[in-house]
Design a protein around this ligand. Structure first.
Ligand code: HEM
Length: 421
């Protein structure tokens, strides 16, 4: 089999390739025959430029753990960069699109709002909200699980965390959703990013005038230490604050929903595991949550930019080249996971890379894990059967593997028990 011919058959830069879910067959083939290859640009590739594709777990780890060679900012004299395929001119100004030491300074600042204590303080309130959403699900007619539950819970959580009024959440989410679904190489189309940005600017101005105890207020009040590289300390600028708002809102709203929707789909396809999870204690539930995260991998790939010429396992990566690694593929790598295509809620250890690794490891990981745990503990304590009422619709995006619609009907349990996890 000619690897060049095989790899050219699938366009990973085209959103349409992901319209029916992740192209696992291609990646299973690639992991074995062409674990690192050069993807030529096609008519729809962002910036008209090719990129490296890495599909194995060990290569994804190697790139993530070497941020000096593989930059999240620009690299190679570029004027744009970032972690999506398209060069972003704002690279360097967002936490996830910057490199150390600046990245570390910014991160230490937001960390103040993301302590375990801060997240755990939300648990009781989030559980109450989870139960309220479940109690409001209709029993007599089919409904869209995404709209009624998996999209809303993470939104409520991020609004609580950021101090966004709950009544604005549907409007904000509709901008993010429409922005992702728009046929554009940006993660969120410019038009909708603009709406989000104007809203964020107003919110920040309001909070500045009246600081409270949410994360946004914490970040507004925080002061950066002066950098060892001579950069000035002090408060974040309005632009930097706005970038935090945009990043946290989009990251918090878009990803966890796919894990909850995709997790329920996997459990419905594996009813014996669904039954096992019903009685799980908190430890077992935590193990299951990680398998749901491995299985669904909502954020499917990342890009870095090579900052120097490097011979990587015989591949001549040039300074300025775009290098992508595919977390979803790494999470199905048989070199790391026994029977990777088996969904197994008892899988342990589970070295998934769903939250990334190293300097940029997901800041919201404990919040996301908590949302998923509460969702399944409470859903399974209250609902006896889940029945699919039509095909799932995927978000046509090569960046976030989202379920856009999931028609379901349910039958409640006759006797509701308290959730055990
Ligand atoms: C299942 C849900 C989630 C998944 C799969 C996910 C995935 C990821 C991944 C893979 C990264 C690393 C990016 C990189 O290396 O370039 C990341 C970073 C990040 N995530 Fe998440 N995330 C989730 C939920 C959340 C939530 C709920 C929040 C916020 C409330 C959040 C906030 C962030 C932030 C701020 C970063 C940037 C960290 C940095 O660059 O230092 N994430 N996430």
């Amino acid at each position: 089999m000619d690897a060049r011919v095989e790899t050219s058959k699938i366009d990973l830069s085209d959103n349409a390739t992901f319209a029916h879910g992740f192209p696992h067959d291609h990646f299973t083939w690639a992991r074995e025959h062409a674990p690192i290859y050069w993807h030529e640009p096609t008519a729809v590739t962002a910036d008209g430029e090719g990129f490296w594709v890495m599909s194995r777990h060990d290569d994804a780890m190697a790139v993530m753990l070497d941020p000096v060679t593989f930059s999240s900012d620009k690299g190679g004299g570029r004027t744009g960069g970032g972690t999506g395929l398209k060069d972003e001119y704002q690279a360097g100004n967002f936490l996830n699109w910057s490199d150390d030491p600046r990245h570390q300074r910014l991160r230490s600042l937001v960390n103040k709002g993301f302590t375990n204590r801060a997240i755990h303080a939300l648990e009781a309130e989030l559980r109450r909200r989870t139960v309220a959403l479940i109690e409001a699900l209709p029993e007599k007619e089919p409904f869209d699980f995404v709209e009624r539950f998996s999209r809303d819970l993470p939104l409520q959580a991020i609004c609580l965390l950021l101090g966004v009024p709950q009544e604005d959440r549907a409007m904000l989410a509709s901008w993010v959703d429409a922005g992702i679904a728009a046929p554009t190489p940006e993660i969120i189309s410019r038009e909708y990013a603009q709406h989000l940005s104007e809203y964020g600017a107003r919110l920040i101005a309001k909070k500045r005038a009246n600081l409270t105890d949410d994360i946004l207020s914490t970040i507004i009040a925080a002061r950066l230490e002066p950098g060892e590289d001579g950069s000035a300390g002090g408060p974040l600028t309005d632009r930097e604050l706005l970038n935090f708002f945009m990043l946290l809102f989009a990251a918090g709203a878009e990803t966890t929903r796919s894990a909850i929707g995709g997790g329920l789909k996997a459990l419905m396809e594996n009813p014996e595991q669904l039954e096992r999870l019903r009685g799980a204690d908190i430890g077992q539930m935590r193990v299951a949550v990680d398998e749901i995260l491995r299985w669904t991998t909502p954020s499917i790939f990342k890009r870095r930019t090579a900052t120097r010429d490097v011979d990587y396992k015989g591949h001549p990566i040039k300074e300025g080249d775009k290098v992508t690694y595919w977390e979803m593929s790494a999470n199905r790598d048989a070199a790391v996971f026994d029977e990777p295509f088996r969904f197994d809620i008892t899988r342990s250890p589970n070295r998934h890379v769903t939250f990334g690794f190293g300097a940029h490891v997901c800041l919201g990981a404990s919040l996301a894990r908590m949302e998923i745990r509460l969702s399944f503990a409470e859903l399974l304590a209250r609902i006896e059967t889940f029945t699919a009422e039509g095909p799932i619709e995927w978000m046509p995006s090569n960046r976030l593997l989202g379920i856009r619609r999931m028609p379901l009907s349910i039958r409640r349990r006759s006797e509701r028990r308290a959730a055990t996890a």
